[in-house]
Design a protein around this ligand. Structure first.
Ligand code: OGA
Ligand code: MN
Length: 294
C-alpha cells in the first residue's frame, strides 16, 4: 500500500495512512515519509498499536536516535529503553505523580512553546510521540509552523534577526514557570548552548525561524532587549492561523520536525487521570551554527 496523505491544516500537518508501523518499513517507505515530513512538518499516523520495541525500531528506520534525555531525576526511569522519553504523569510504579513532585513541576515546562532538545548542542530532528493512555478531556498538543511564521515577518524584522545567535537551556524555560530546583550535576548538564535563529530547512529549501522557550539570551544584546524580541517573535509565530491543535486518540503516533515547528502541551486533569505518552527522538546532523544560514 502506498503512503496516503490528507492535509489537516491549510499550512502544514497531514494524516498519514497506508503503513503499519509495527512492521519493518517496506522498501522506499522511509524516503516517502521523509519527503512527506519535508512538505508537511507534522504527520499524524492514526491507529498504530505499537509497543516500545516497535516504536524504537520505527525511529531507527528513519535516523539516529538521541542518546540522552533532558530531564531531572534521569535515573528514575519508568520505561524499558533509556533513550525513550516518558511524556506521562506517572511514577516508576505506574501511580500518578504527586502534585509537588519535582518531575511533575519540571515537566510542566512542556506547556511552553518549544522545539525539542534545542537546549542540546546538536538538537532534535524529528520527535515521534505515541499515545498509549489518554485522558477523557484536555491534553491536546499544539503545533506552530515556523516556516509560515518566517514568511509572514515584515522585511525589516527579517533583516534584523536573520544573522542572530540565541542561547538555549532547560534552565531558561523552567525559570519562566519559577522552577529552579536543580542538583549541581543537572546544572552542569543543562549549561546553555548556542543556536542559529534563522536557517534554511534543507529538505524543502524554505527558510525557518528557530524559536523555543529554552531561549534565555540573544548574542550581542542586553538580556531584556533580546528576550523582549524573542517574546514578540514567539507571539508572532504562534498566532492562531499558524497553529494546529491535535486532539489525541489512543494509538495515534504524531511525528514532527523540530527544525521548523514549535509545539506545546495543553492542560488536563493530571491529578485524576493518567496520560501515558512515549517519545522517540531523532538527532539532527550537526549543531545549527554549523548548518547553512538563511
Ligand atoms: C514532547 C512534548 C507535549 C505533550 O513530547 O516533546 O512536548 O502534549 N509533548 O505531551
Ligand atoms: Mn516537546
Amino acid at each position: 500500500m502506498p503512503l496516503t496523505l490528507k492535509a489537516l491544516h491549510p499550512l502544514f500537518v497531514a494524516e498519514a495512512t497506508g503503513v503499519d508501523l509495527r512492521q519493518p518499513l517496506p522498501h522506499g517507505m522511509a524516503d516517502d515519509i521523509h519527503r512527506a515530513m519535508d512538505t508537511y512538518a507534522v504527520l499524524v499516523f492514526p491507529g498504530q498499536a505499537l509497543d516500545d520495541d516497535q516504536q524504537m525500531d520505527f525511529g531507527r528506520a528513519l535516523g539516529t536516535l538521541e542518546p540522552t534525555r533532558g530531564v531531572v531525576d534521569a535515573h528514575r526511569h519508568r520505561l524499558k529503553h533509556q533513550e525513550m522519553n516518558d511524556i506521562s504523569n506517572l511514577d516508576t510504579d505506574g501511580t500518578l505523580l504527586a502534585a509537588d513532585d519535582r518531575r511533575r513541576m519540571f515537566n510542566l515546562g512542556n506547556r511552553l512553546w518549544h522545539s525539542d532538545s534545542s537546549f542540546k548542542a546538536t538538537p532534535a530532528l524529528y520527535s515521534m510521540l505515541h499515545a498509549r493512555v489518554i485522558p477523557p478531556e484536555g491534553g491536546e498538543t499544539e503545533f506552530a509552523d515556523m516556516r509560515a511564521a518566517w514568511d509572514a515577518l515584515p522585511e525589516r524584522t527579517k533583516a534584523k534577526v536573520k544573522d542572530l545567535t540565541t542561547w538555549h537551556s532547560l534552565i531558561y524555560s523552567r525559570a519562566q514557570l519559577g522552577f529552579d530546583a536543580y542538583t549541581e550535576e543537572e546544572k552542569r548538564a543543562f549549561a546553555p548552548v548556542p543556536q542559529r535563529l534563522v536557517r534554511r530547512h534543507p529538505g524543502s529549501g524554505r527558510v525557518s525561524i528557530y524559536l523555543s522557550s529554552h531561549i534565555g539570551r540573544v548574542e550581542g544584546m542586553p538580556v531584556p532587549e533580546g528576550m523582549a524580541l524573542i517574546r514578540d517573535l514567539i507571539e508572532h509565530a504562534t498566532q492562531r492561523d499558524f497553529v494546529y491543535s491535535h486532539r489525541w486518540k489512543q494509538h495515534d503516533l504524531v511525528m514532527w520536525d523540530n527544525r521548523c515547528t514549535l509545539h506545546r502541551a495543553r492542560p488536563f486533569e493530571d491529578a485524576t487521570y493518567p496520560r501515558d505518552m512515549r517519545r522517540v527522538t531523532l538527532q539532527d546532523v550537526a549543531p545549527t551554527l554549523e548548518q547553512a544560514a538563511a
